[in-house]
Design a protein around this ligand. Sequence first.
Ligand SMILES: Nc1ncnc2c1ncn2[C@@H]1O[C@H](COP(=O)(O)OP(=O)(O)OP(=O)(O)O)[C@@H](O)[C@H]1O
Ligand SMILES: [Mg+2]
Length: 309
Amino acid sequence: MNGGACGGVKRFSIVRHRAAGLRNWRAFLTRRASVVARMYQSFYGFREMPFNITPDPRFLYLSPTHQEALQHLKYGVREKKGFIVLVGEVGCGKTTLCRRFLNELDPDHFDSALILNPRVSETQMLKAILTELGETKLARSQNDLVAQMNTVLLERIHRGRDIVLIIDEAQNLKFEVLEQIRLLSNLETDKQKLLQIVLMGQPELKDVLAQDELRQLRQRILVHYDLRPLAASDTEHYIQHRLTLAGGDGRPTFTRWALKAIHRGSGGIPRVVNNLCDKALLSAFIRESDEVSYWDVRRAIRDMTNLTV
Ligand SMILES: Nc1ncnc2c1ncn2[C@@H]1O[C@H](COP(=O)(O)OP(=O)(O)OP(=O)(O)O)[C@@H](O)[C@H]1O
Ligand SMILES: [Mg+2]
């Protein structure tokens, strides 16, 4: 009898303990993210957060697909191919790659303009490009802006500069703006294009470019690359790469099953990998463990799914 009663109390206390654990976990999540983040950062001795979701090119891991994408960008610009298109699923690393590519352009030879928000009118786009190229006095009307753009580009090209225009999130470009960009690309000698234009975007960009009215532009795309999600082994290297760059000294380790679960749960999409790793690290930290387990990742996946349904 006694034993049974004791067992009942014990079970009850386990349930209570688990419930308290869950409450603690929820409480952790609801605290300000930066405070919690700082806690696990210092617990594991990271110099900075390993799985931030900002497109910081210092953290770029050149998986085979990222390497190929970068080579395509470099090749297209070096060989003056005119239009270059890079397509990739949401969170695959397009913006991070593009920042790395820009950092690698030799400033002694290249002028570049990076447009991050292309949901604009033709006039606004022309102004944005000129501003990015460092022009301060801008014409007002669309016609005058086009004339100014031609003058600016030709003057720079005569000075021996190469000009690269990169438009991120290009799936959001309006038809008229794409047409305007195509007209800019008409600037050419009989040998080569004078303005290199990189369009980067999510898979919808392909649908945009597939429109019949844009076949003239489509025909000018000579370099095109599809960025793929990470393969399972790349996901592992990617995680290790970010932990090392953040100053990790080998603590914590991710178990083999944890890594498998991260790859399966993320589909190899780096932003989702970051999200899962961040949450799994937090879970391991709450257990004060030096090992991120399969169960930490399951918890992270559950937490991410709760937020997204
Ligand atoms: N190859 C990589 N190496 C290191 N970090 C990466 C890599 N690819 C993506 N990331 C990280 O994943 C996150 C998302 O990357 P990024 O913003 O570049 O994706 P994106 O393709 O531009 O996404 P979106 O379609 O939403 O614009 C960032 O934190 C970025 O640092
Ligand atoms: Mg992006």
